[in-house]
Design a protein around this ligand. Sequence first.
Ligand code: S3P
Length: 184
Amino acid sequence: MENFNLMKESIIKKDYNIILIGFMGTGKTTVAECLSEMLQKKRVDTDNLIVKSEGMSINDIFKKYGEEYFRNCESRILAEIRSQNGLIVSCGGGAVLRDENIQLLKMNGKVVLLTAAPETIYKRLEKNKDRPLLSNNTNAEFIAGLMEKRTDKYVKAADIVINTDSKTVLEICDELIVKLAALD
Ligand code: S3P
């Protein structure tokens, strides 16, 4: 425990951003909330920042302007985040789709990939209507297919990988802190 507290203190002192990436429903926002409390660092969520700056929901942005427009908003927000330090950042699941996004984030950030099995994601998102890419497609097979297409990009971007299947948020945050400390 004492050892863990030392690791936590060492991470608190760092001024890099901690960037959470991963497929929809892997728990990026929930983990960011918990981590932000544990490490006393400010938290930002790229989807929230996009919603605020565009004045409409993610669903409406996709419907009105399409995915490419949303991706441009996402790249702009990530570039803004890159100029700040000491943040916990939860990214939208597609933030890794453009290589330049990841290059930017890695300049002053440690990238943490959260993973989960397609069945877990299906259970977590089954009743959720906020993911335009999953509307009409909320089933484990579709999720597995989209995840498969993205896996390379997620893994390439990651400094740390944490599987979240059947773990509590606290367990995930503890593991994250231990793994971050080990990067030094
Ligand atoms: C997306 C994930 C969503 C959101 C948008 C697109 C994706 O964020 O950015 O619906 O392409 O995977 P979450 O990962 O927070 O659900």
